[in-house]
Design a protein around this ligand. Structure first.
Ligand code: AMP
Length: 426
């Protein structure tokens, strides 16, 4: 296929069921998140590269291997956002949101870009909806964030989900743990994958996240202790409180001591929600607490917690559970002219019904039997017919396709009839 008629590998066009699934997910997310007091923030899809270098972290896979980075015409380094949090925090600082009543609750949605190897459930352009609570270090905020992501998924009808939760402790715990990892892994340096050899120097913790079979085998063989065992009193207490809150809220979880989210700025709680029917890419979303991110990006200290759900993954999960997307919109009325010269009158009729009534019209002439069949095919309840008499008098013949009843109405009366029905299912 020619390059101009082919989407770039790892990107895809959204239409039909696919976009209606995403629309449904976003509709539910908006309802839950705005009912909890969140406002929507749409940040640009590109930022100065530094926002992500600092805000996601230099040692992460995302920054090291997955960013779409380019120079703009003035030679500044720009990056397509690989995730949403860094941009939200940049905006939080830029607009002085710290003076708003704290914590600030923000939700966002949109495309994200990562140069990953495309496979089922993994694309180079994908879509997320996300939520951030900025300005609280309370464990209750962690519980609220988890609760909301869980409720959004549940309200879509999903049942076969598993919440996995862990803690990455605070920076002191991680320092101790990294020392420990260093001491047990350095003697086995040669057995590690090249990526993990690099990680052993830059950020050993990230080795736990490795998908390379040789790393997984080595960690198992050495029976490496989890970070949870290295946590100090403060981190332990925070973790226990979050778990207790989830129990009180009736949200089942399993502890995953290996959970190391892909981003550098996380502290304390980290979690992922997986779906049982998805294969290797089973994470519907994940999140965590970040207590130093705002400072890292140059703002006054402000602890936060947040998550992102992947819309493509949630769609796959809904399909796997046999759930439906938003229904395709059907017209309430389908209007057709009996002669080509009345097509403009058909438009005139349709626009007198828009936008309250979904009205489609034909640009070409149709014989009555053909027009009625077309109306039925489109799932309309009514057919509207424009012939000589109707065209001459700003009227329309309306036929109820269920009762077969037919009447000639002025456009005004027809509009009143259709608008009255509009909210009823047809
Ligand atoms: P992350 O920001 O990596 O924690 O991702 C949060 C969620 O976004 C994941 O759980 C996935 O559902 C989704 N996601 C991340 N990367 C991709 C990708 N390359 N393609 C599709 N979905 C993704």
């Amino acid at each position: 296929m020619k390059l101009v008629t082919r989407a770039v590998k790892g990107t895809h066009d959204l239409f039909g069921d696919e976009i209606r699934f995403q629309r449904k997910i976003l509709r539910n997310a908006r309802q839950w998140l705005e009912s909890a007091g969140a406002f929507e923030l749409a940040t640009p899809v590109f930022e100065f590269t530094e926002v992500f270098q600092r805000g996601v972290g230099q040692t992460t896979d995302i920054v090291q291997k997955e960013m779409y980075t380019f120079s703009d015409r003035a030679g500044r380094s720009i990056t397509l956002r690989p995730e949403g949090t860094a941009g939200v925090i940049r905006a939080f600082i830029e607009h002085g949101m710290k003076v708003m009543p704290q914590p600030v609750r923000i939700w966002y949605a949109g495309p994200m870009f990562r140069a990953e190897r495309p496979q089922k459930g993994r694309q180079r352009q994908f879509h997320q909806v996300g939520y951030e609570i900025i300005g609280s270090d309370s464990y209750v905020a962690d519980a609220e964030a988890i609760l909301l992501s869980y409720k959004i998924l549940e309200s879509l009808g999903l049942r076969q989900m598993r919440l996995r939760i862990g803690s990455v402790g605070d920076s002191q715990d991680r320092m101790k743990y990294n020392e420990y990892l260093n001491s047990v892994l350095t003697p086995h340096f040669d057995d590690l994958s090249t990526d993990s050899q690099r990680r052993l120097v830059s950020n050993p913790l990230r080795i736990l996240d490795s998908k390379a079979p040789q790393d997984i085998a080595l960690l198992q063989e050495l029976d490496v202790k989890p970070l949870l065992e290295f946590m100090g009193e403060k981190s332990r207490k925070h973790f226990e409180s979050v778990k207790k809150a989830l129990e009180d809220l009736g949200i089942a979880y399993t502890i995953d001591s290996r959970i190391v989210r892909g981003l550098d700025y996380y502290a304390h709680t980290a979690w992922e929600i997986h779906h049982e029917l998805l294969g290797s890419q089973s994470a519907l979303g994940g999140g965590g607490r970040y207590d130093t991110l705002v400072e890292t990006l140059g703002g006054a200290p402000s602890p936060g917690v947040g998550w992102a759900l992947g819309l493509e993954r949630v769609t796959l999960a809904m399909q796997a559970e046999g759930l439906s997307p938003d229904a395709a919109s059907r017209p309430l009325i389908y209007i057709f002219p009996l002669a080509a010269e009345f097509a403009e009158k058909a438009l005139l009729a349709a626009q007198s019904f828009w936008p309250q009534v979904s009205a489609q019209y034909s640009l070409s002439a149709k014989k009555p039997a053909k027009g009625l069949r077309e109306a039925e095919k489109r799932g309309a309840k009514y057919a509207g017919i424009i012939g000589q008499d109707e065209a001459a008098s700003e009227a329309i013949t309306i036929k109820n396709l269920h009762t077969k009843e037919q009447k000639l109405l002025s456009l005004k009366d027809a509009a009143a009839l259709l608008k009255g029905e509009n909210n009823e299912a047809h």
